[in-house]
Design a protein around this ligand. Structure first.
Ligand code: SF4
Length: 490
């Protein structure tokens, strides 16, 4: 379906349209009734109940129903949630659509709702029931959400709203993956910009060290891009500057993404180890060579295995591995193969994503993403569902448990990304970025600092320029923006 009409309260139009697009990916939702276009109309928020009607492309009414609030809470979002329930039921009962596994939840952080109930003193089993009955989540998704919120709360118990974490971005990769939407530059731009980029980044880091004097820094995360695209010498220089500015060796956690196995060498790993980096990521996304070639990663599955071996020989690293389910041309057979390889490699953390079709990705530009999402969304959802179950089973066989989770828009099958970990090896930064209950200062191109004011429970975003050349040219402005943001929210 290309177009759908939604006649509803303007204030909530965007979120309600998002739910409609979860049933019909990439469909355009228009705010008025149009000829030859199916639609839904909803009564306004001035009435206690929500009444809705669904009509087909000929304008014929298929079903109308009312939703009454049987609950007391809904965390202050009563009308919006009732309207979502109404839309959900109209599609399921009127059009025979399959219920969405995430029910009426459309936000990126489903565990936020469960977290709020935990803070109200509800037990995890009560939260599972609330999520199923109020928010229409499927049993397994409700249980996952409650479990993740519970572990997030436990892991964040020592956090203070005044704490800060650090993000450093390296916007270079050997090649660009077809699903990537970051402005990550490839090997050629790396040659052209890397020296000037490092100079600008070090200036920003030094200034950041001054800004954060006296503040408690909890964790440090270097991502991108692929930080290990830098040479061993460049990495050493950068990490030495970070140690001077932020005292990495005394932080709770220091992570460097070494995502592309073809950028990893023993020299670079030794530099990371000397700098007290305790966590790295080695990300195959899939262990099927044909898919790796198709998505433009230009490395081999053997290189993934060699990188794991190398990191284990050098020792001292918690190793995370990222996978993506729903990649082009992959079915259960390919995912089964990948999971068997994962079991052999035994990562300490496993992050399982479902493919999200990003607007600025090559996959979207070529139209492959749209084709995948719209061809047969229900069949695709069933398949991804099966893949997710297999990945959860693999994680559990490896002794890993789910400790953080988020969702994105335009995800294959509208599912979720889940981070699994061995107990005691969890990545705190991953939770901090989801939780938004402390400041994160971001350095480098594409970084977005989040400055938190605990008294107001408010996050102010201060973005850096996205591309390396713009960042280099406007570095003074980046530093000034950060200083001002910190002063205003001191
Ligand atoms: S490795 Fe990551 S950042 Fe680099 S192109 Fe691929 S998806 Fe993008």
């Amino acid at each position: 379906m290309k177009l759908f009409s939604l006649c509803a309260d303007e204030k909530h139009f965007y979120e309600l349209s998002t739910l409609i697009r979860e049933f019909f990916p990439l469909c355009k939702v228009v705010p008025e009734r149009c000829d030859d276009v199916p639609g839904i109309s909803l009564s306004g928020p001035d009435l206690p109940d929500v009444h809705g009607a669904l009509w087909d492309e000929e304008g014929k009414e298929i079903l109308s129903l009312s939703v009454t609030d049987p609950y007391e809470d809904f965390q202050g979002e009563r009308w919006k949630n009732l309207a979502k329930i109404c839309i959900f039921r109209l599609f399921v009962q009127g059009w025979g659509k399959k219920p969405l596994p995430w029910g009426i939840l459309t936000g990126v952080r489903p565990s936020k709702i469960a977290y709020a109930y935990l803070e109200q003193g509800k037990a995890p089993y009560e939260i599972v029931e609330i999520l199923k009955e109020h928010y229409l989540l499927r049993e397994d998704k409700a249980a996952l959400t409650a479990k993740v919120a519970f572990s997030e709360r436990r892991l964040m118990a020592s956090q203070d709203g005044k704490d800060v974490s650090i993000y450093v971005g390296i916007p270079f990769c050997p090649t660009r993956c077809s699903y990537c939407s970051f402005i990550s530059s490839d090997a050629r731009s790396f040659k052209k910009y890397s020296e000037d980029y490092l100079k600008a980044l070090i200036r920003e880091i030094r200034a950041g060290g001054e800004m954060l004097k006296g503040r408690n820094i909890r964790s440090f995360y270097m991502g991108g891009g692929t930080p290990t695209t830098l040479s061993a010498g460049q990495l050493e220089l950068l990490l030495t500057e970070c140690e001077k500015a932020f005292h990495l060796s005394s932080l709770l956690e220091v992570t460097v993404e070494a995502g592309r196995p073809d950028t990893i060498t023993s020299e670079k790993l030794q530099v990371l180890k000397n700098a007290k980096v305790g966590r790295i990521s080695i990300n195959p996304q899939t262990m099927v060579q044909k898919t790796l070639d198709l998505i433009g990663r230009h490395h081999t599955t053997e290189q993934v295995e060699e990188a794991f071996d190398l990191a284990r020989k050098i020792g001292g690293f918690t190793i995370n591995m990222d996978l993506i389910l729903g990649l082009q041309d992959e079915g259960m057979e390919e995912v089964r193969h990948t999971m068997e390889k994962v079991k052999e490699l035994r990562p300490d953390n496993l992050t399982v994503h479902t493919l999200a079709v990003k607007r600025s990705s090559r996959m979207n530009e070529l139209g492959d993403g749209a084709r995948m999402l719209t061809e047969d969304p229900e069949k695709m959802a069933d398949q991804i569902d099966e893949m997710i179950l297999l990945s959860a089973k693999t994680a559990s066989e490896l002794g890993l448990y789910p400790y953080y989770m988020y969702r994105q828009k335009n995800m294959a099958g509208n599912f979720e990304n889940v981070g699994y970990s061995l107990p005691g090896k969890e990545g705190l930064y991953n939770i901090e970025i989801m939780e938004e209950r402390q400041s994160i200062l971001a350095f480098g191109a594409g970084g977005v600092s989040k400055i938190y004011t605990p008294e107001k429970n408010l996050i102010e975003r201060v973005p850096n320029m996205k591309g390396a050349p713009e960042y280099i040219a406007r570095i003074d402005e980046m530093i000034r923006r950060k200083e001002e943001g910190l002063k205003i929210h001191a």
